[in-house]
Design a protein around this ligand. Sequence first.
Ligand SMILES: [Fe+2]
Ligand SMILES: [Fe+2]
Length: 288
Amino acid sequence: MKGDTVVIDTSLEHIFEHINQLPVFPKVVFKALKLLDDPDANLKELADLIRYDQGLNANFLRLANSARFGLSRQVTRLDMALALLGIDQIKEVLLVSAAKPYLDKPLQGYGMSGFELWTHSLAITVVSEVVSRKMGIQDSTTLFTACLMHDIGKVAMNVQIGLKNSEILQLVHQENVSFNEAEWKVVGGDHAVVGSEILRQWEFPFEIVRAVRNHHDPDLYIQDELSLWLSSCNTMTTLMGLSYGLDTFMYKIHPDLPKKLGLTYDFLFDVLQDSVIEFEKTRDMLYL
Ligand SMILES: [Fe+2]
Ligand SMILES: [Fe+2]
């Protein structure tokens, strides 16, 4: 019957038009990160900046009181909690707290239930930290941020992909194309391009926008170091068994990737082993 049918526009233009319906990433996080980049960073200034954000406040206190620190006395003040954490850890809590409301939802369109996108997003940040430590990557926060936000485009495309996923999977199986190539053929774009547009609108740094855009496209990520690391961390997270949904193991890897980054089997094995251990320690962040 006419009038009973709701037609959902699955075009990329429609998805792009609706990006601004997502609440904007909190600006206080960027301000706090900038403050922490100042070598004379003062934790009191930071506490003053975030004191009125109840969610952030609660997350810092919860983490300071978690088993990780094993304190005998309860930490009840934000400045005390901040003093317990290192600068990098404070940055991570800020980013993870702000990202969680966007990423801890089920994405039926991509075949991901409850906590799966959130678990994947947090697991890849753990891999990024292990990689940054082992490779001596200076700006580990940039790689951490790119990893945390890399699949944000799936949130905006979930409904459209849900309507088209059988068509996409048919293409993947019959034409031997990767999941993102099939997304391009069917919807006119993939979650990488949509995610990068979201991050551009939220004024994330350009190199992060670019790396997210490139993360499944071997011809693009091979040209840029941050994109290469993001794509590698994503693959390693899949190898840890912490990628979920219809698209798992459905992406192409550039044959020159290991050579470009100087990766060896021993290195990969080491990273995977450490990441599994580290991820267990980070589980409390899942519930922030
Ligand atoms: Fe992705
Ligand atoms: Fe991913």
